[in-house]
Design a binder for this molecule. Structure first.
Ligand code: GUN
Length: 286
């Protein structure tokens, strides 16, 4: 069986570092690093994510502000709120939970967040900084995946990695971070030909497609490391169950190391969000 990369345990380590940094910022600079989370609409999964983010922030001794807007809120109203948060010196990080209802222009919303408070790392300036090899605030999920990968591969140099999925939130920034770590990176997606054989050649596969148990053991080279970013709710015998993009049972028999779902990448994402918030707060001191 593959070695299990324990996201819960690793995220606790990161959260301890965050809590220490929060204490330093409080004691030495009299500031409470504060995260503002904005949720528009009633999407049940987004509600769970936002609740967890706020809960963990509080546990780490940070401030958190939650803004819930109804699904019919206009782009102008959301813009006003973001302007207000941008100029509030007590707010160090701003996260607008995605996806937004379809009448919003998501790109415009993201670009309206002050880059120094963009703890998601989605602002074009932060995306460009990462792409050009000068990362500033880096997207949380890929950052969490890198911490997990470093547990198994202290030196990632020269590894062949296939990232399955090309989203702005995970796939693209993941590829940029891996490239920065001197990996040879392939991004595979729905139009990729021979995706199975590409994956089977990889030392590391990062699955971020949003399709339940899409990747099975036939895709994986024996001994390879598998990072599963997916969180998909499926019905199993009438019960709701969370599964990843990887068919865990079969892949765990072939892989050398694998992240579970739940308890893998998910907790790391939140820990990295809080890490980004303390980093943002410290930079705003200057
Ligand atoms: N929706 C799914 N993942 C994310 C994320 O990392 N940040 C935000 N803002 N929304 C998301």
């Amino acid at each position: 069986m593959a070695h299990l990369i324990d996201g819960k345990q690793l995220s606790d380590q990161v959260l301890q570092e965050v809590a220490s940094e929060v204490e330093l910022l409080k004691g030495e600079h009299d500031i409470v690093p504060t995260l503002a989370v904005v949720l528009v609409g009633e999407d049940p999964a987004s509600q769970v994510y936002v609740r967890n983010k706020v809960k963990r922030a509080t546990e780490a001794g940070m401030g958190s502000i939650e803004h819930r807007l109804d699904a019919e809120t206009s782009q102008a109203t959301l813009s006003e709120l973001i302007d207000h948060l941008n100029s509030d010196p007590k707010v160090h990080g701003i996260l607008v939970q995605l996806p937004l209802p379809s009448h919003f222009n998501e790109d415009m919303v993201i670009a309206s967040i002050h880059p120094a408070k963009d703890v998601d790392g989605f602002h074009p300036l932060n995306v460009g900084a990462l792409a050009s090899g000068q990362p500033s605030l880096v997207p949380c999920t890929p950052q969490g995946c890198m911490i997990m990968l470093h547990q198994v591969h202290p030196d990632l140099s020269g590894k062949n990695v296939v990232v399955v999925g090309r989203s702005n939130i995970v796939g693209k920034p993941m590829a940029a971070l891996l490239l920065q770590a001197n990996c040879t990176v392939t991004i595979a997606h729905s139009r990729t030909k021979n995706i199975e054989s590409l994956c089977r050649n990889a030392d590391i596969v990062v699955a971020a497609v949003g399709r339940a148990e899409f990747i099975n053991a036939d895709w994986i080279k024996p001994g390879a490391t598998v990072i599963d970013v997916g969180i998909n709710a499926i019905d199993l015998d009438g019960k709701r169950k969370l599964v990843g993009d990887v068919d865990f049972e079969s892949v765990a028999r072939v892989a050398g190391a694998i992240t579970p779902v739940p308890g893998g990448v998910g907790p790391m994402t939140i820990a990295c969000l809080l890490l980004n918030t303390t980093r943002a707060a410290r930079r705003q001191l200057a």
